[in-house]
Write a new protein. Sequence first.
Lengths: 112, 113
Amino acid sequence: SQTIHQWPATLVQPVGSPLSLECTVEGTSNPNLYWYRQAAGRGLQLLFYSVGIGQISSEVPQNLSASRPQDRQFILSSKKLLLSDSGFYLCAWRSQGADGYTFGSGTRLTVV
Amino acid sequence: SQKIEQNSEALNIQEGKTATLTCNYTNYSPAYLQWYRQDPGRGPVFLLLIRENEKEKRKERLKVTFDTTLKQSLFHITASQPADSATYLCALNLSGGSYIPTFGRGTSLIVHP
């Protein structure tokens, strides 16, 4: 079956520290992968998407970056976190022909 | 600018009644519209997709309408149950553009027993 894994579930990081969030998908090949952020009281904001290995499109300029080293792996990174990076980060994928996205369980990031 | 509007106030209804949530949009020509359910601390779960040439879509107790003239979608849950309590998000895709949807902020539904 097709599943999406995202970790960690929660993370508390100091300002200026690095970040690495990982997302992996099982049971499919060549998925389109997405990173969203949901700040408190706000909608889902698309950060990055990828249609294949090494192919990253950025939707919002900021101090975050994304990489796709393997077909079913999508990583969100930062070299130096800001307070404004706090939020709920969600990885998602969509299989070809599917009507909707499948989201991971999310990572709650608090930058202190 | 393009905008998606969902009522920010929570909708409180009594169990057994029909819940109706609204999604309005401006300056879009969406090819289709999606509805998701999100529980606290969890990722959204896809519910329904309706295309621009469809007026209505049903799935069990759920019904979605899509009025491209009014630029509005209505999401109905009939015979609501306390377990239906959650935040419901609508998302739009641009006609002729990429598949990537833009999400509204969501409306919280609270069903009282």
